[in-house]
Design a protein around this ligand. Structure first.
Ligand code: 3PG
Length: 306
């Protein structure tokens, strides 16, 4: 069996070594395609592999057509909006993710962004503290739960809303539950996004919703750029000069945000949420183990295209 790790944004070396240890033990061959710049390189590399490990790398019908022997693709991470699930199913390819494995890494970055933001991007002027501020967490999955845990360490008041997680489950985790996302934005100083990009969530973080934030409000996005209505957010930030937007995913209109909102907008140059040795090791090795589990024992526990 041949396993390809195709990562435009590579894992740390220790994670690749860990993946290799798993595939070696199973008697599989491991091949690496890192930092590729052309889709053609990806299409050539998948031609003869049985299994594929990716990060945010796009697996569409063209990739699946090229991957004649492919049986399984594992997205080493949480969000699998980069895999065409219907095409995977049509090609008889099992698609999986590795939920939770990089969640703490993403959660810690939320606070890196927040401290940077409330201290005015370290420009020397007097900022504010996080202690006592109210943090709204939109979606209470693995990342949201880790954000809540860290926020408590900062002494923040924590509220969450999740369309798919009942209020009782949120409160059982020691977090206040908001009735809906409108209430979350209305009552919090800061809202941190942890929703996936789905047809329902795309552009759902819009002018009206973000406009409910209190004076001096901050929106933090370590989720997906697609959930933001960029034109609406730009209009709002033009009108509300008190608002800040901090993101780990460059918007399409990055240049416009940067030009119009200096001192109120920050985007990481490259998505950094899951870029830690620990997250790479956790997600990468989980992906390798899931591949062996599926190819050898037929285990489909984390399949997402059922
Ligand atoms: C995820 O969905 O797991 C995160 O967005 C991390 O994405 P990355 O592996 O491309 O850094």
């Amino acid at each position: 069996m041949k396993v390809l790790v195709a990562t435009e944004k590579p894992f740390s070396k220790i994670a690749v070594d860990g993946i290799k240890a798993v595939t070696d033990a199973a008697g599989y061959e491991l091949v690496l395609l890192e930092k590729y710049t052309e889709k053609k390189q990806f299409l050539d590399a998948v031609a003869d592999v049985d299994a594929l490990i990716i990060r945010s790398d796009k697996v569409d019908a063209e990739v699946l057509d090229a991957a004649k022997n492919l049986k399984i693709v594992v997205r080493a991470g949480a969000g699998y909006d980069n895999i065409d699930l219907a095409a995977a199913t049509a090609h008889n390819v099992v698609a999986m993710n590795t939920p939770g494995q990089n969640a703490n890494s993403v959660a810690e970055l939320v606070f890196g962004l927040l401290v940077y933001g409330v201290r005015n991007f370290f420009n020397g002027t007097s900022g504010t503290e996080l202690l006592g501020k109210k943090l709204g967490i939109l979606a209470f999955g693995n990342v949201g739960r880790n954000v809540a845990r860290v926020a408590k360490g900062f002494g923040m008041e924590v509220v969450a809303y999740d369309a798919f997680c009942p209020a009782e489950a949120i409160e059982a985790a020691g977090v206040k539950a908001a009735k809906n996302q409108e209430e979350l934005f209305e009552t919090c100083d800061i809202v941190s996004l942890h929703i996936p990009a789905t047809p329902e969530t795309k552009q759902s973080i819009n002018y009206d919703l973000v406009g409910k934030l209190k004076k001096g409000g901050i929106l933090v996005n370590t989720a997906r750029k697609e959930v933001i209505d960029e034109a609406g957010l730009i209009k709002l930030m033009e009108e509300r000069t008190d608002l800040k937007y901090l993101t780990d995913i460059k918007p399409d209109a990055d240049a416009e945000f940067a030009e119009k909102f200096a001192g109120r907008y920050f985007a990481t140059p490259k998505k950094m949420g899951a870029q830690t040795a620990e997250a790479n090791v956790n997600a990468g090795i989980a992906a390798a183990n899931q591949i062996v589990g599926f190819l050898r024992d037929g285990i489909t526990k984390f399949q997402v295209n059922k």
